[in-house]
Design a protein around this ligand. Structure first.
Ligand SMILES: Cc1cc2nc3c(=O)[nH]c(=O)nc-3n(C[C@H](O)[C@H](O)[C@H](O)COP(=O)(O)OP(=O)(O)OC[C@H]3O[C@@H](n4cnc5c(N)ncnc54)[C@H](O)[C@@H]3O)c2cc1C
Length: 408
């Protein structure tokens, strides 16, 4: 069977599905192709991860009609305590200092999946084709051609714009041999929910260690989301610990009494941490988005936030220059130029911090302690860093400013 559409989004994970929702109001005929059966328990993008969504992400999600569906399950981050293991560097970021109620919110990826799939079902001009995998892409002419495979059945789809949102191991990026920078950090994030003795009260904690962050995020009810980054060779051992030993070890690593004892732990999952950064984010009638374009270390909780800003900009470029052809080269170049500064800055910060904290030299130790102390002492520096971390870096799309996608 041969089908055609305006925009084909390959990958219906966090980034692909959000982009589809962002583009919905523009009236294009959109198809989302997702390899794993939608709503299946094993959908890889919508798992137990707790996602810290920045201030600008909340605005983008509100602008595309998703925040209303998430708000009840979202926990505000009011204060962030950043420390370094066994050294004196520490800083407290307080949203009130910026006159804000919260820096951002924590939402479980699974809850996000429930909301975004429900939203996609409500939009008439979006069709989700799932389970189906893209196995071939042919470029050139007035459309790009995709070959889909679903349970032994094959079909073809032509689209005037293809968006590759197919994750860090992107089939499309690999198939087109798009040059990509890879870095294995040798670290693995063990994630789970924990319940501490003392209520989190909207406080987030990030202890920076030589094997990555030990982060505790405020979550619904009394729970907190734990992201414990360990040397990859020790990850299995941490996963295999019985609950009681795990809680004791986690408590020791946390090293703070601000939450009291950790008293309960949920299911543990591990994610090897790698950088994958495509050196091109557009080609003929193609945009590479989300983890397919830039999978980054979760040290600053920026990966999905960055992808949402990509989606907001692509939607704005298409909304402003609506000329019927969403794959027009000039539009894609405009998108790519606009995104350069934010992508470069955000990736450099996450990669730089990860490597600085992993570096064993005294010079690196001095730099990171000095950096934290400088932030603790200088309100202007804290403010500058917080604004960037909230997603306001370079030219900001309308949705992230809290304005409608199309000016009224
Ligand atoms: C431990 C951890 C904690 C994190 N915490 C945060 C955080 O707090 N805040 C934040 O902003 N980010 C965070 N991130 C980053 C965030 O998880 C990613 O940025 C996000 O998952 C990227 O989504 P994506 O849709 O680009 O990719 P994915 O989630 O990988 O989705 C890709 C989708 O494409 C589908 N697919 C793949 N190949 C094909 C194909 N050939 N055909 C069709 N479909 C295909 C897959 O099935 C999948 O559904 C964290 C990451 C980790 C590992």
């Amino acid at each position: 069977m041969n089908q055609a559409c305006d925009i084909a989004i390959v990958g219906g994970g966090l980034a692909g599905a959000s982009l589809a929702v962002a583009l919905a109001s523009l009236g294009y005929d959109i198809k989302v192709i997702e390899a794993v059966a939608y709503k299946a328990a094993g959908q890889p993008s919508y798992d137990d991860r707790t996602l810290a969504l920045s201030h600008s992400s909340r605005r983008i999600l509100a602008g595309i009609g998703l925040w209303d569906m998430l708000e009840a399950d979202a926990t505000p981050i009011r204060k962030i305590y950043i420390t370094e293991l066994n050294r004196p560097g520490r800083v407290l970021l307080d949203a009130a200092e910026l006159g804000l109620a919260a820096y951002g919110h924590v939402v479980e990826a699974h809850r996000f999946g429930v909301a975004v799939t429900r939203k996609l079902e409500q939009v008439k001009n979006i069709e989700v084709i799932s389970p189906a995998s893209v196995t071939i892409i042919k470029m050139g002419g007035s459309t790009n051609k995709l070959h889909l495979e679903s349970g032994g059945t094959e079909s073809a789809l032509e689209a005037r714009l293809v968006v590759a949102a197919d994750g860090a191991n992107s089939f499309i990026r690999n198939h087109l041999q798009i040059p990509t920078e890879f870095r294995d950090y040798g670290q693995t994030a063990v994630i789970c929910n924990i319940t501490p003795e003392i209520a989190h009260a909207g406080r987030a904690f990030e202890c920076l260690t030589e094997t990555g962050p030990f982060a505790v995020l405020p979550h619904t009810g009394d729970r907190c989301g734990l992201v414990w980054s360990v040397a990859s060779e020790h990850a299995q051992e941490i996963l295999d610990l019985d609950d009681e030993t795990f809680l004791t070890r986690a408590q020791q690593r946390f090293g703070s009494n601000k939450l009291g004892d950790f008293i309960q732990v949920g299911r543990r999952t591990a994610y090897p941490l790698k950088l994958a950064r495509a050196k091109e984010d557009i080609r003929e009638r193609l945009v590479i988005l989300g983890n397919a374009a830039h999978a980054i270390h979760p040290i600053g909780a920026q990966g999905f936030n960055l992808a949402l800003r990509d989606a907001a900009v692509l939607a704005e470029v298409l909304a402003d220059d609506y000329e019927d052809d969403p794959g027009e080269a000039g539009l894609l170049q405009q998108y790519s130029r606009w995104r350069r500064q934010d992508q470069r800055g955000t990736i450099a910060t996450s990669d730089g911090m990860t490597r600085l904290f992993a570096h064993p030299s005294m010079l690196a130790a001095g730099l990171r302690t000095g950096g934290l102390i400088a932030h603790a002492l200088l309100p202007s520096l804290r403010r500058k860093s917080a604004i960037k971390a909230m997603g306001y870096r370079g030219r900001v799309p309308r949705l992230a400013l809290g304005e409608p996608l199309r000016p009224v």
